[in-house]
Write a protein that binds this ligand. Structure first.
Ligand code: ZN
Length: 55
């Protein structure tokens, strides 16, 4: 299935067997996206463990 990257709005291909919680990376901007839901397909930027979220 194909969707759009939530970061760069580019085309992003999700494996047919993609599952909720899987992390996919965008070939366009290298953002890591987590599959929040597969039906309907929803993606969110995955948190980056290396980064400190402003604390
Ligand atoms: Zn992207």
């Amino acid at each position: 299935m194909e969707t759009k990257c939530v970061s760069c709005d580019g085309p992003l291909l999700i494996p047919e067997d993609g599952y909720q919680g899987e992390i996919v990376s965008c070939p366009g901007c290298a953002a890591e996206l987590e599959i929040q839901s597969t039906d309907p397909l929803e993606l969110a930027l995955a948190p980056e463990p290396e980064e400190d979220w402003g604390e």
